[in-house]
Design a protein around this ligand. Structure first.
Ligand code: HEM
Length: 484
């Protein structure tokens, strides 16, 4: 049984966000932009978004032509086979308008995790798991509390499990670099992540189930891909991608065998955690198991699989950044065993992690539906939004809002240090909420907001305890210089 008494990362001091100025004080104007002719508008926007322009150029052009960070547009997936999916949305691209997505008084988050398109619930045992639940649905509080409790209880094994599994990854990387001159690290990283997260979240050791231990990460990759493909921009092999990947939803049957194996693994090996979900949080056995698989596979494994490579990519081959980070790690931590408490003392490492989350937000799009008619405030105008309209927030633009971040297009590793830098945390939104807020049952902020940041800090600190420098991209390591 895991103890809940060890230090939790949520004890990090936080800054309270200042409340936004009342939107009513702003001049109210009509939301610019249109959805075009029926079908034709949606198809044309879809082809531009995925194929001819890509999401960034598509949104930038509209933002420039409407001279507004808030405008109407279609966002795919859409026609022909997504007949029940409504692509009509209101894009919110500045930091202030984006924060409306966190105001649960005016927006709801029912079934809008990836827009109006929702993968079949057969991917999640015919259950709407926590991320699809609005805060007004009682099951949201049950599932979110269960998840927050899992994280709190696992905090004493989180560090040791992460470090021992990451140690295996570095072992494989070192071998490959020595033999081949470079190492593709995505597979070893995912293998390590799967083992670490299965232990910490499900309380289950994959070693007890050889097939899951060997292939668990691939099972999750396939299950994730089938759900997400219709919403992902894949900038190669057009028009094949439009025809075969963006025109219809893929059936769960393609991964049902794998999912069944994961279900059995969680049910048997994770029985203690499942039972807690039932007795302490009032979940049915099936609800506990499918939610655990989702948090393990989609939230945690999916999130880290995107974020950690982008963190290594930020280090790249930049000797200047690496030298400063290395100096801080060696001065503050030396060769002491790492802990949450220790990495919290690494101001520059934390700032570097925050800047990576700002510069390359791992989850680019967030959605929310207007709960009622309200006026949405951007920096200089108010916009009337009608009940039921869907808001599409695109982080890469909000996180480069020049009214909030100085020199927003430049990666500045120490942007978030000292009081002035820490003030900016209230505008860092990667977790679907300000970095200065805390996840709770009354919001939809990532349950692991602090764990994600501290785990990333741990990766950087551990790396500079081992190495003087590395040369990395978002998928490979091409040089390693061991610590002298
Ligand atoms: C780098 C890793 C991660 C990233 C980038 C990430 C990002 C996010 C984002 C953007 C959301 C909001 C989705 C939305 O409603 O629009 C979210 C929600 C959530 N995340 Fe994370 N996450 C990560 C890791 C984790 C981990 C490790 C866990 C749990 C152990 C977790 C648990 C959750 C849960 C339970 C929610 C739903 C919150 C709710 O329904 O109120 N996440 N995450």
């Amino acid at each position: 049984m895991l103890s809940s008494s060890s230090p939790s990362p949520t004890s990090t001091p936080t800054i309270k966000p200042s409340s936004p100025p009342p939107s009513t004080s702003l001049p109210v104007r009509a939301i610019p932009g249109s959805y075009g002719l029926p079908l034709i508008g949606a198809v044309s926007d879809r082809l531009n978004y995925y194929w001819f322009q890509g999401p960034e150029t598509f949104l930038k052009k509209k933002m420039e032509s409407h001279k507004s960070t808030v405008f109407r547009t279609n966002i795919p997936p859409s026609f022909p086979f997504f007949l029940n999916v409504n692509p009509k949305m209101i894009a919110v691209l500045d930091c202030k308008a984006f924060s409306t997505l966190f105001d649960m008084d005016v927006v709801e988050k029912k079934n809008v995790l990836i827009g109006d398109f929702m993968p079949s619930t057969s991917f999640t045992g015919n259950i709407r798991v926590g991320v699809y639940l609005d805060t007004t649905e009682p099951q949201h509080a049950q599932v979110k509390s269960f998840c927050l409790d899992i994280l709190k209880r696992s905090s004493n094994v989180w560090t040791s499990e992460f470090l021992s599994n990451i140690n295996d990854m570095w072992g494989k990387i070192e071998k490959d670099v020595a033999v081949n001159g470079s190492a593709s690290y995505l597979i070893p990283l995912q293998q390590s992540l799967f083992r670490f997260l299965a232990k910490c979240i499900v309380g289950a050791d994959p070693a007890t189930s050889p097939e899951v231990a060997e292939n668990g990460h691939i099972m999750l990759d396939k299950w994730l891909a089938l759900q997400l493909i219709p919403t992902q921009s894949i900038p190669v092999l057009q028009p094949l991608v439009e025809i075969f990947l963006h025109s219809f939803a893929y059936p769960f049957a393609l991964v049902s065998g794998d999912y069944g194996k994961l279900y059995k693994f969680v049910k048997i090996q994770g029985n203690e955690t499942v039972q807690r979900g039932i007795t302490e949080y009032g979940l049915k056995q099936d609800e506990a198991i499918h939610n655990l698989i989702f948090v393990l596979g989609f939230n945690a494994f999916g999130g880290f699989s995107v974020f950690l490579p982008s963190l290594l990519d930020s280090l790249g081959s930049n000797n200047e950044i690496q030298e400063k980070l290395r100096m801080e790690v060696r001065e503050v931590v030396g060769s002491s065993p790492l802990s949450f408490e220790l990495v919290k003392k690494l101001d520059l490492v934390q700032s570097f992690v925050y800047e990576t989350l700002r510069f390359k937000p791992p989850v680019r799009a967030q959605f929310a539906r207007a709960r009622k008619d309200f006026v949405l405030g951007s920096h200089d105008s108010g916009f009337e939004v009608k009940k039921g309209e869907l808001l599409f927030g695109y982080q890469p633009f909000a996180m480069r809002d020049p009214k909030v971040f100085d020199d927003p297009e430049t990666f500045i590793p120490d942007r978030f240090i000292e009081d002035k830098g820490k003030e900016l945390l209230k505008y860092l939104y990667w977790s679907n909420g300000p970095q200065s807020d805390s996840p709770s049952t009354s919001n939809k902020q990532c349950a692991a907001k602090d764990y994600v940041v501290l785990t990333a800090c741990m990766l950087v600190a551990d790396m500079f305890q081992r190495y003087d420098s590395i040369t990395a991209t978002s998928s490979a390591i091409t040089a390693i210089e061991k610590a002298k």
